[in-house]
Design a protein around this ligand. Structure first.
Ligand SMILES: Cc1ncc(COP(=O)(O)O)c(C=O)c1O
Length: 387
């Protein structure tokens, strides 16, 4: 038989989604794959029922996104940033941020180009760079503070990458990069003439006093930035697969072509219904922030009570727990044992780091109180895993 693609040998299947299958096998509380277990806002589900009631749309929308969805998105950006992207030329609607990121990388990168990726990183970025024929240059975000060394970042830029991928707020580290850090990145992107591709899916899941900075709004960054984000996390609709890239008209013209041939378009009925979410007032976002602040406190206090050392996320809904005192040589095996014997699912930290790192596991806490309390009760037994 002919050989399979060499590229597919360069990355594994998603460890995160593999952990979900392991959780299902053992009936474990799944705190591995990050998705909420509570419903989306009623305005959205009612709008979806209405789409069904009025008979559609059920066919393809415009490949780069339904007109009213792009208008609503542009209005929402104006409300939060003071700048309105042109819905006709500066937005392409995608199947989640996952497709937005793949589209963005394919739009700016040629085979053989280099792309800077911070490590630890959301595992899709490794596959995105490999699939586009690029070579990642990894720059460490050093735990436990998960900050980068500006000199190491400049060394990476000296290799003349085509782009840098920035996840802010970041998964798994929970960092909300400060304006100063972002300005350092912006300075280097300008100096070495690189694009910045941002993944901002957690832009509304931020814990005060931290606030989100849209990278594209930093001085001089509009034309260099491809802003990727989605509705998955903000409206608790990870299954709807709605995301987008916002960038300059020059970039979006090319991105639309990439997107068209990847997926043709995001689901038309769901775009129609999601407009109701994009038009929710500011109170919705404050309530979302309060809800996550509550979940973070519940879960982190619980971990403290059990005596598990962890970082304190500034944004997103993940926490890294240090398991070095348990004496396991392999964190994947630890997570399998945790799912089987303790009944809680986590993601092995090694799947996020480029260098070999075996000290961390990642939990997510986008769950109702009952589920988080159940997980915390089960975690009382975690010390039975001590070697
Ligand atoms: C950083 C990051 N980007 C993207 C995604 C996926 O987003 P979407 O559902 O919009 O494809 C996730 C999901 O966990 C994520 O953590």
């Amino acid at each position: 038989m002919p050989e399979l693609s060499k590229k597919t040998a360069l990355f594994t299947d998603s460890v995160i989604r593999r952990m979900t299958r392991i959780c299902n096998k053992y009936g474990a509380v799944n705190l591995s794959q990050g998705f909420p277990d509570f419903p989306p806002p009623e305005e959205i589900t009612r709008a979806l029922a209405n789409v069904v009631a009025v008979g559609g749309p059920h066919q393809y929308s415009l490949t780069w996104g339904a007109q009213n969805f792009r208008e609503a998105l542009a209005d929402k950006y104006l409300r939060f940033t003071g700048v309105r992207p042109d819905p006709e030329t500066e937005i392409v609607v995608t199947c989640g941020s996952t497709e937005a990121m793949m589209t963005a990388v394919l739009t700016v990168v040629n085979p053989g180009d280099k792309v800077i990726v911070f490590s630890p990183f959301y595992e899709n970025y490794g596959a995105d760079t490999v699939l586009s024929g690029a070579e990642p240059i990894y720059v460490p975000l050093n735990p436990p503070a998960y900050r980068f060394d500006p000199n190491m970042l400049e060394d990476a830029f000296k290799q003349h990458p085509k782009a840098l991928i920035l996840c802010n707020p970041s998964n798994p580290a929970g960092r909300v990069f400060s304006r100063e850090e972002l300005l350092q990145i912006a300075f280097l992107a300008e100096k070495y003439d690189a694009f910045v591709i941002t993944d901002e899916v957690y832009e509304h899941i931020i814990y005060p006093p931290f606030t989100h900075t849209h990278f594209a709004l930093l001085p001089g960054m509009k034309d260099r930035t491809l802003t990727c984000s989605s509705l998955s996390k903000t409206y608790s609709v990870t299954g709807w697969r709605l995301g987008y890239v916002i960038a300059s008209a020059r970039v979006i013209e090319a991105a639309r072509k990439v997107h068209d041939f990847l997926t043709v378009g995001a689901p038309a009925p769901l775009q129609e219904a999601a407009v109701a979410g994009l038009r929710l007032d500011d109170g919705y976002y404050r309530a979302l922030q309060d809800k996550y602040t509550h979940m973070r406190a519940l879960f982190l206090n619980g971990l403290d009570g059990i005596g598990l050392p962890h970082n304190t996320p500034e944004g997103a809904y993940f926490v890294m727990v240090d398991i070095s005192s348990f004496g396991w040589a392999n964190d994947l095996e630890f997570c399998e044992a945790l799912a089987e014997k303790v009944g809680v699912g986590a993601v092995p930290g090694s799947s996020f780091f480029k260098n070999s790192e075996n000290r961390y596991i990642r939990f997510h806490f986008a769950k109702t109180d009952a589920v988080l309390n159940d997980a915390l009760n089960r975690l009382e037994k975690i010390y039975t895993l001590k070697k």
